[in-house]
Write a protein that binds this ligand. Structure first.
Ligand SMILES: [Zn+2]
Length: 433
């Protein structure tokens, strides 16, 4: 039994253990009009209590002592952006007109990457800063060799850094395998490691199997772009079509990279042997593929990138079908090469608009708890539950009432006004005048 003496200083509470004479860590309490924990129902006039950078409690508290009132905002778990490529973050707008075909878009992407503006560490830093200002506190980042490691170590957001592996030809294999091995030798408290064999048309089977084996041995996740476009499905089926023509033109094509006739299901069956997998996009997954993903939902997830999906003009995303089947789904922005910005709030609002049949609570989970689960980080982040990191996004709410509090979040264009990581403010929007 311990005897605690509680003292209030401004907005903080300090507990002093009378028996030992020692101060316990300060508790910080913040109240908002709504607290969405992503684990339980939203709490009106909820108070989030934080100690040592972790959530102590989320409750509706009558006790006014030491509570900092944030007013008409919502407190949410910091967002999990499960798929992005921050190297493209200095682009002012997506590449190509809406409805652009994937081969033409890749052509524009490569031209930009090879230009003076591309491949600069500052682009990634810009993306990290933008993410923080938009309430994102955990990233699933696809990185190139030479990625700016120091930048990830100096920001507050956490990241799963997937090293991109590309080897369409036999002569590229050894170097890609070496890069993968080297990447797995490092990690840091702010970022963890994963591998991203890029896609079926850029990764030879030997490299894919090698990455799967490394994932299993080192217990790290893989991210793999799959079933992204009709052109990809055609290439898998027949080994021909506009994507094969385009890759041949780039001299990045080797017929041995695919084994037609193939389909995404063949890849999913192989990937199921990995420790954890993020299937990026999955725009054209069929019923068999959705079933396999549902059966493996504890280790395999799909990352839906709603506004990127819209940029390419794909047919309606099978989100309700996937959710009903039990597939684990996360949300991502993808990069600014196909999305107007890195806002996860905008992605959630896009989902709420495009898929009105999906429960808004699920929409929030896609960008928080389910995203964290897809990365294997849900014991630490993704919801406001006791013991988890106090990573928070604060969103301004409209001055009206609403029957359903989720309406205030999603039927609105008000922004993120503050971001906290590990219980500390890391972004505060300038005050409105
Ligand atoms: Zn991607």
């Amino acid at each position: 039994m311990s005897f605690l003496e509680v003292s209030v200083h401004g907005n903080a509470i300090t507990e002093r253990d009378v028996q030992t004479g020692t101060n316990r860590e300060t508790i910080r309490r913040i109240r908002a009009r709504w607290v969405f924990s992503a684990a339980r129902a939203p709490v009106a006039e909820g108070v989030v209590s934080i100690r040592g950078g972790r959530i102590l409690e989320v409750a509706q508290r009558a006790d006014e002592r030491g509570v900092e009132d944030l007013g008409n905002v919502a407190i949410l778990p910091g967002f999990v952006n499960a798929h992005t490529h921050l190297e493209f973050s200095s682009l002012a707008e997506p590449l190509g007109e809406p409805g652009i075909r994937l081969p033409e878009w890749i052509r524009a992407l490569m031209a930009w990457r090879n230009s003076e503006a591309g491949l600069r560490a500052e682009n990634t830093i810009q993306g990290l800063e933008e993410s923080v200002c938009l309430g994102t506190t955990t990233l699933g980042e696809i990185a190139q060799t030479g990625w700016p490691q120091a930048a990830f170590e100096s920001v507050a957001v956490g990241a799963m850094v997937f090293l991109e592996l590309i080897a369409p030809r036999p002569e590229n294999l050894e170097m890609a395998m070496e890069q993968a091995r080297r990447h797995l030798q490092h990690s840091h408290s702010r970022w963890r490691r994963g591998l991203s064999p890029h896609a079926p048309y850029t990764v030879r089977g030997e490299l894919l199997d090698y990455a799967i084996a490394l994932s299993s041995v080192h217990r790290v996740p893989l991210a793999f772009h799959l079933a992204e476009s009709r052109e990809e499905l055609e290439l898998l089926r027949s080994g021909t079509g506009p994507l094969a023509d385009f890759l041949r033109e780039l001299e990045s094509w080797d017929p041995g990279v695919v084994a037609p006739p193939a389909r995404p299901l063949d890849y999913l069956r192989r990937l199921a042997a990995a420790d954890r997998v993020l299937v990026v996009h999955g725009n054209y997954l069929d019923d068999d593929e959705i079933e396999l993903l549902a059966e493996n939902c504890d280790r395999m997830a799909v990352v839906y990138c709603p506004r990127t999906h819209g940029h390419f003009g794909h047919p309606c995303y099978p989100l309700p079908r996937m959710l009903a089947a039990g597939v684990s789904v996360a949300l991502g922005t993808d990069s600014r090469a196909s999305s107007p910005d890195l806002s996860m709030l905008a992605e959630m609002r896009a989902v709420a608009r495009k898929h009105p049949s999906v429960d808004p609570r699920t929409v929030l989970e896609l960008a928080t708890l389910r995203g964290a689960r897809s990365l294997g980080l849900d014991r630490e982040v993704g919801s406001l539950e006791p013991g988890k990191c106090a990573d928070l996004a604060m969103v301004a709410l409209p001055d009206r009432g609403a029957k359903d509090p989720y309406e205030l979040l999603f039927d609105s264009d008000l922004p993120v006004v503050a971001t906290w990581c590990r219980g500390e403010p890391v972004y505060q929007a300038p005050a409105q005048v």
